[in-house]
Ligand binder design. Structure first.
Ligand SMILES: [Zn+2]
Length: 245
């Protein structure tokens, strides 16, 4: 995962994995989410560990109470809350790390290399059906004057169509709303391809395909990541993006 680097030294963008934290099973080790009934003291310690590892000030961290919506908020100077109720955050302010937490959903990090605007988006099934990644680009255009051609995007580790089985009802919705290419049928079961769906939505709003990187890692296959589908009660890893000061 290095679409942002080494090309853009003014931005940090990275995904964590599940290792190097203090949480006990089933949240071991680096669970970053407070809402999954892990010990909050361990979670806060894990966030400090992440801050050190990713080199940001923990006091500046903005994270989301994610609700599978398509709500996106802009973080500006007047902003005081650390936790925002939404599924996408955008800022052009330096030294404010934006964090999206996931365990199968796609953590999407966006960067406008000309206008110096960053975004972190939570794109699970609902968010993807509501086209939240595309909406983030639209807001970057409208509020910051971004040209989508200048935006680079990284889709982090997430559940892929090898494992993401859905019921026929959801498969039908995906096919009717977006097309057959996003649903694979194997042995009478349906599998959704959220990554290609996000890719095509981003391209449809003007982002260049060569500026979109998709992690080949499937969280359900790779035990270095938390997976809700595989493990049920589990932790969350994160994507973090920050403009350097
Ligand atoms: Zn898989």
């Amino acid at each position: 995962m290095n679409i942002f680097r080494p090309y853009y030294k003014e931005v940090f963008a990275k995904f964590s994995d599940r290792w190097g934290g203090v949480s006990n099973p089933p949240y071991h080790e680096l669970n970053l989410a407070l809402h999954v009934e892990d010990n909050p003291i361990d979670v806060l310690k894990n966030r400090e560990i992440l801050a050190k590892k990713f080199d940001f000030y923990i006091e500046n961290l903005i994270f989301m109470e994610q609700t599978h919506s398509d709500n996106i908020k802009i973080i500006n100077d007047t902003f005081t809350n650390k936790q925002v109720n939404c599924d996408g955050i955008i800022t052009n302010k330096p030294n404010i790390p934006l964090m999206v937490m996931v365990a199968d959903c796609i953590p999407v990090l966006l960067y406008d290399r000309v206008k110096k605007v960053i975004s972190a988006v939570h794109a699970g099934r609902n968010g993807t059906f509501k086209q939240i990644s595309k909406k983030a680009v639209t807001i970057m255009k409208e509020e910051f004057g971004s040209n989508p051609e200048d935006i680079v995007v990284s889709l982090g580790p997430s559940i892929h169509s090898c494992c993401y089985e859905v019921g026929e009802d959801l498969a039908d919705i995906a096919i009717k709303s977006f097309g057959e290419k996003y649903v694979a049928k194997r042995d009478g079961s349906f599998y959704l391809d959220l990554q290609t769906l996000n890719l095509d939505q981003l391209v449809s709003v003007g982002v260049k395909e060569e500026n979109i990187e998709i992690s080949p890692t499937c969280t359900s296959c790779d035990k270095n990541y938390f997976s809700y589908r595989r493990d049920g009660v589990t932790g969350r890893f994160a994507g973090v993006i920050k403009l350097h000061g």
